[in-house]
Design a binder for this molecule. Sequence first.
Ligand SMILES: Cc1cc2nc3c(=O)[nH]c(=O)nc-3n(C[C@H](O)[C@H](O)[C@H](O)COP(=O)(O)O)c2cc1C
Length: 221
Amino acid sequence: MLRWGTAMLVLSLMLFSGTAGAGEIRLPPPVFTGQGSVEEALKARRTVRHFARRSLTQAQVGQLLWATDGVSDPRGFRTAPSAGATFPLELYLVAGERGVEGLPAGVYRYLPGSHALAPVTPGDLRGAVARASLHQGWMAEAPVMVVIAADYRRCTARYGQRGIRYTHMEVGHAGQNLFLQAEALGLGAGIVGAFEDQTLAALLKLPREHEPLIIMPVGYK
Ligand SMILES: Cc1cc2nc3c(=O)[nH]c(=O)nc-3n(C[C@H](O)[C@H](O)[C@H](O)COP(=O)(O)O)c2cc1C
């Protein structure tokens, strides 16, 4: 019988051994063992609004994005549950200047299938995102922000109006995944729902159908 660690290594190789497309930035594969327990992460989780000036590594960023809504099963299932496996969520990374070691400041789309980042637009947009979030200046202290957006049509095509409710539930699952993974990595996360939708979507150059729902600044506390 395969031991758990070996099984996870095999799964990792199966899921993340494909090649990234042109222009995509391959992230280090996620790891499936950690220092602390789920209970410790649950106990420690708080909305963090002050961050140290310290860069994250690409491994940390890859782990955070994978935990939020990455692929965890060869059948394509994700770390967050999804009504009817319709997977309406899209993750974007807003990386600040020196926010992530070796990664230029900019906005990147997370590609769960290849566990890679696709550059969307360059530049340090953290200040502009904070201003679009009713001037919550604390957000710009974080080296990165994860924006969870949704393409509602993927879910409403199957469930009609109820798909909107299901999509909002799914964002909650993904957001809590990110909170808990941040804690387990010795980091902290905040969560922001107060922002001007259209201003934010324009700043991040989101496709029209990707509607931003939550912004989560992440970094060292
Ligand atoms: C959907 C949602 C939107 C939120 N929006 C903001 C926000 O815009 N700004 C902020 O500082 N906190 C925001 N929060 C964080 C809450 O203020 C916070 O969760 C609450 O005070 C409880 O604290 P805790 O998360 O540390 O347990 C939001 C939380 C949720 C769930």
